[in-house]
Design a protein around this ligand. Structure first.
Ligand code: NDP
Length: 335
């Protein structure tokens, strides 16, 4: 990261720097550390928040200008002085946006138990976004069969999976996305009952009335702003909103005010925010379930691959312009 960002982040806020060659070993005398070869990096919207300097601490620390960007990734252990990590093992967790990383507290890294599945999937369906979709939909929204579900940013990493989990539950699910290509994917690949391009709707309230004449039981909130305002007007009594993220706000210096909040009272809506970080104790159970879904062909999954570390800044910025179709991954190395 070159500098702290105010307002819209751009590629030029980051730079790719070559460093002198170093020995790929944990330094002599350093205990409980590992050296990772980074294979796949995950571009995630929350990373935008870390690029800004906060006056009051956020749920995750700000990045430091001049230092390497940190994010989820899939890596191979190439040296270790930690008893829980062996050379050659595959792991995923918070690593550096660099070819190799020295990690001095690796205890938060998770083991990859299914290397037979494409490893990049551990940045998405089998990684943080997949687990987010699962926790947010099943635990926070508490769905019942037959309920009406709306998902925003539906063709992205989290959204595509929420829609499929909802279908597996026997719900009726509609997604919104920002291009006709994404709408096609939602309807014809991910099995959403219906989908629309929110950029082509002049009145989101009317659009939701069209797709949900009886109202929405569950809204999986990924975008905030105008979409949330329209959803509030279309929720059913005792509806639930799983507040996962509000990407439309991340590049704003001042977040927008939200209208229609009184609907929460009038319709007895429960709106609950959650962070996937709080739930990792249950991750391995989710991994087994998701692997079964993949093997049985019950879930499909789309990735958008950027090749090479030098393309990582553009891939990250692309999330905020809707350039990614599916989960945005950066390939640093395939082995
Ligand atoms: P996506 O793969 O969905 O990528 C982001 C997408 O957001 C873009 O492709 C774009 O799609 C859409 N978008 C960008 N800007 C806007 C805007 N101004 N208005 C509406 N849509 C916009 O990202 P993820 O699936 O990784 O993340 C989805 C959400 O989940 C984010 O809000 C993220 O912060 C949140 N999240 C929360 C977690 C938690 O623990 N609570 C964990 C992981 C993610 P389009 O073309 O449709 O506009």
């Amino acid at each position: 990261l070159k500098n702290y960002v105010t307002g819209k982040a751009s590629e030029s806020d980051m730079e790719v720097v070559a460093t002198e060659a170093v020995e790929l070993k944990v330094p002599e005398g350093t205990k409980d550390a590992i050296v990772l070869k980074n294979l796949y990096l995950s571009c995630d919207p929350y990373m935008r928040g870390r690029m800004t300097k906060h006056d009051t601490p956020s749920y995750i620390p700000d990045f430091t200008p001049g230092e390497v960007i940190i994010g989820y990734g899939v890596s191979k252990v190439v040296d270790s002085t930690h008893q829980d990590f062996k050379v050659g093992e595959l792991v995923w967790g918070m690593t550096g946006w660099e070819e190799y990383s020295l990690i001095s507290n690796p205890q938060n890294f998770l083991k990859i138990n299914h290397p037979e599945i494409p490893l990049s999937n551990y940045t998405g369906i089998l990684g943080m976004p997949g687990f987010t979709a699962y926790v947010g939909f099943h635990e926070i929204a508490a769905p019942k069969k037959g309920e009406y579900v709306f998902v925003s940013a539906a063709a992205g990493a989290v959204g595509q999976l929420v829609g499929q989990f909802a279908k597996l539950m026997g719900c009726y699910v509609v997604g919104s996305a920002g291009s006709d290509e994404k709408v096609e994917l939602l309807k014809n690949k991910f099995g959403f009952d219906d989908a629309f391009n929110y950029k082509k709707e002049s009145d989101l309230n009317q659009a939701l009335q069209r797709f949900f004449p009886e109202g929405i039981d569950i809204y999986f909130e990924n975008v905030g702003g105008a979409t949330l305002e329209a959803v509030l007007q279309n929720m059913r009594l005792h509806g639930r909103i799983a507040a996962c993220g509000m990407i439309s706000q991340y590049n704003l210096v001042e977040p927008e005010g939200i209208h229609n909040l009184f609907q929460i009272v009038a319709k007895r809506i429960r709106m609950e925010g959650f962070l996937v970080f709080d739930h990792f104790a249950n991750y391995y159970k989710f991994e087994e379930m998701a692997v079964e879904y993949i093997r049985e062909g019950k879930i499909t999954y789309v990735e958008d691959i950027a090749e090479g570390l030098e393309n990582a800044p553009s891939a990250l910025i692309g999330l905020f312009e809707g350039r990614n179709v599916g989960k945005q991954v950066v390939v640093v190395s395939r082995e």
